[in-house]
Design a binder for this molecule. Structure first.
Ligand code: AMP
Ligand code: ZN
Length: 470
């Protein structure tokens, strides 16, 4: 498998260093708001990476994704809501888990919170190591990392010494620093803010130390295999993570750095600060399905910006339907027989799909291979050159594609889950049945139409009535 590594600015051959297991860290959501679709572009891309490493690369995963549950924004949010910090962030963590599940994102091996006591202790211990190696200084009760003690500073972002690239996320911690680019490791808090005293003075961790400490604590030490996040994290967040982790351990922190380009709206990054965000719920409210949203988000190469439009989502829905219609046709094959040309065509598509995904996760090329196969097999089916005996092989290929893409399984789960509670459907069916028994057919039809408007179709047969999703 080849992956583009931001550190070398090149594609490199990837294999994990230990035991066939990929140790990967993803910077998770800052939990002061519900994640938006832009955040989920990154999380869906990381999920496809994870799945490709497992189902194409054949590796096991040890994947950690944190929740940033203490920083300026979460503290300000909790204060405004009048809630203890952890209680305030709990609800956004729950919302994230719901949205991630609804988008078919596989659960990862660990989802630590920065404020878990063992993680806070790991952060304090790392700061102690940095002290011992002469990388820190104190000012106004806060502890800072002194960047000119770390000669490798700037190697990820390729900083010139003039400083910060335009568009990069600027550190919002505003305390007394010796050098503008020095950054805070442990921050003296203001009265009323949460504080911990774990050996580096009463205060709270800076954002960057959270990820370094959690990654190394939970992934078994340096070097980890892959570190991921959106491109806005390259500088200063990931640059600072490298300085801290390598300054503390003396070892390379992460072998690969995998960054996802932004989701845009009208050529601007989707972000809360711009105010152009859409949530998963907004997509549902438009009557669109999350399988289509997932398809849309993963359909473009992750290193290219992607523009969010409703038309784009509708096209994704159409593409997905082409896939499910094709699979419906395969399931319905009745003519007997098995054809070597079909087997060959399917095998070639699987090989080409794996090759595309192994080529720096080229999902758009992978999808292209799937649609070429669909086109070829539709023609073959029209010509009656596909038999029931071929179906299993074709379905197995699509099961493989979907292990990586996760769109068909999501769609199936959506189909099986009614858009309204099942009890409501059953009660309406019972009421319709009673109306019809009383020969009140108008009322029966009214109930049927009401369900139809809610996305439920009733099918009557000799065995009784069944419901299905529209
Ligand atoms: P945050 O909660 O701001 O720390 O962001 C969580 C993740 O979402 C980070 O990896 C960000 O880089 C990523 N992210 C934020 N906005 C976007 C966007 N518009 N497109 C893609 N990724 C984004
Ligand atoms: Zn991080």
């Amino acid at each position: 498998m080849r992956l583009y590594n931001t550190l070398s600015r090149q594609q490199e051959d990837f294999a994990p260093v230990r035991d066939g297991t990929v140790r990967m860290y993803t910077c998770g959501l800052t939990v002061y708001a519900r994640g938006h679709v832009g955040n989920f572009r990154t999380f869906v891309a990381v999920d496809v990476l994870r799945r490709a490493l497992k189902y194409v690369g054949g590796y096991k995963m040890h994947h950690v994704m944190n929740f940033t549950d203490v920083d300026d924004k979460t503290i300000a949010g909790a204060e405004k809501a009048g809630l203890p910090l952890r209680e305030y962030t709990d609800k956004y963590i729950t919302a994230f888990r719901e949205d991630a599940l609804a988008l078919g994102i596989e659960p990862v091996e660990a989802t630590p919170r920065a404020t878990d006591p063992e993680n806070l202790q790991a952060m304090a211990d790392m700061i102690k190591q940095l002290d011992d190696h002469g990388h820190t200084y104190r000012s106004d009760g806060s502890t800072y990392f002194k960047i000119n003690t770390f000669p490798g500073y700037g190697k990820l972002a390729r900083l010139d010494h003039e400083g910060i690239q335009s568009g990069a996320r600027v550190d919002s911690d505003e305390y007394e620093k010796e050098n503008a680019r020095d950054f805070v490791l442990w921050k003296a808090t203001k009265p009323g803010e949460p504080a911990w005293d774990l050996g580096c003075g009463s205060g709270r961790p800076g954002w960057h130390i959270e990820c370094s400490a959690m990654a190394l604590r939970l992934l078994g030490g340096a070097p980890i295999d892959i570190h991921t996040g959106g491109v806005d994290l390259v500088f200063p967040h990931h640059e600072n993570e490298i300085a801290q982790s390598e300054g503390a351990t003396g070892k390379e922190f992460s072998r690969f750095w995998f960054h996802i380009e932004h989701l845009l709206v009208d050529n601007q990054k989707m972000s809360k600060s711009v105010g152009n965000v859409y949530t998963v719920q907004d997509v549902l409210d438009k009557g669109l399905r999350l399988s289509a949203l997932r398809y849309f988000l993963l359909s473009g190469y992750y290193r290219k910006q992607l523009n969010f439009t409703w038309t784009g989502l509708e096209q994704a829905e159409e593409a997905l339907r082409r896939m499910t219609d094709f699979l419906g046709r395969v399931h319905a094959l009745t003519s007997p027989g098995e054809h070597p040309e079909v087997a060959e065509c399917v095998q070639m598509a699987v090989t080409a799909f794996d090759k595309a995904l192994s080529d720096d996760l080229n999902t758009s090329a992978g999808l292209g291979e799937i649609f070429d196969l669909i086109r070829a097999l539709n023609i073959a089916m029209d010509a009656k050159r596909v038999g029931k005996g071929d179906a299993e092989r074709i379905l197995a290929a699509f099961a493989h594609f979907d292990q990586v893409l996760g769109v068909l399984s999501l769609r199936k789960a959506e189909d099986e889950k009614p858009p309204i509670p099942e009890a409501e459907i059953l009660a309406a069916m019972e009421a319709r049945h009673a109306a019809r028994r009383a020969r009140n057919f108008a009322e029966g039809d009214r109930i049927r139409n009401e369900l139809l408007e809610k996305g439920i179709i009733l099918e009557d047969s000799a065995q009784g009535t069944r419901w299905k999703r529209k």
